[in-house]
Design a protein around this ligand. Sequence first.
Ligand code: CXF
Ligand code: ZN
Length: 369
Amino acid sequence: MTTTAHAAVIHQVDGPFVFEDVVLDDIRPDEILVRIVATGLCHTDLAVVHGDIPGPLPMVLGHEGAGVVEEIGSSVTGLAVGDHVAVSFASCGHCANCLSGREAYCLNFMLLNIAGVREDGSGTMTAADGGTTHGSFFGQSSFASHAIVAARNAVKISDDVPLELVGPLGCGVQTGAGTVLNTLAVPAGASIVVSGTGAVGLSAIMAAKAAGATTIIAVDVLDERLAFATELGATHTLNGRTEDVVARILEITGGAGASYGVDTTAVPAVIGQLTAATSFGASIALLGVGKPDATIPLGLVSGGGKTFIGAIEGDSVPQIFIPRLLSMYAAGTFPFDRLVTTYPFADIDRAIADTQSGAAVKAVLTMPA
Ligand code: CXF
Ligand code: ZN
């Protein structure tokens, strides 16, 4: 049964979000139809809007969806109509990386998450007049009242967790927390520097605290964000505009430098600071969407025995990691709800403006009831 969805559509680079109806395809046997209740806004959505990540336009973006299952494909197991789900990134399940449990590095990642098609090349939606509108963004396109989702991207969530909160677990929050807990496996007692205190950086800081890291240094240029980072677990904060970041980190760590680094900024100068302020043999995860020609100081890499890791989605297997984050949330050790500010879907432009100004850490758009 086709479904008409109310969606925010981007028609051209730097263009506005236009609210219009789109017609969703029938679901396939391995898919579900989700009524979206809320969806987070991630910088990757904005990277497509601005053309930094080339997406096929017109397109319905949105990739931190949360909602209620309305229809189930014939081969789907483990989900039922009425279940609450958070929707994470898409992966094929049959490539060498998916089969080794590394689905964040699915060899079909770009096809399934950015190209606007299912794996067989088919689209999941059309414009109301039958023209082209691309869906399937991160296997969902959740800036819409309804989304077709591959069942393997959906994570069942218990009914007692508000759906307004859980969408960002599917991308930004899992990216920051997973980088600390999965990619870097930061141990208790470790020292770590996190540059950038947006949703990803703050999630990394909360995870570092939960992991027992004892020196957690947050770097940003916004003092109010740094104050928030302290509330969430940072033991030290540095303002990159007014302080000598490298000298201060070396001082805080007794001259050795931090053992772990997480960069969420993709700013080459900031990555250079992280490189200089981490210890011999340190591991540094790079999470921002960088310019392809950005460089890191290779002399410091080879001479310092450093490992740079480009991490995607915190190396998460969403069906395992999101329930784990929710257990930590229930135990009070991962208060990710504090990152969220909700906006009615119709106020998407205000949500974007607040995200860009720093007024909102993680904007979540809520659909009309
Ligand atoms: C993205 C970052 C750019 C590469 C693909 C995954 N993560 C989340 O938005
Ligand atoms: Zn994202």
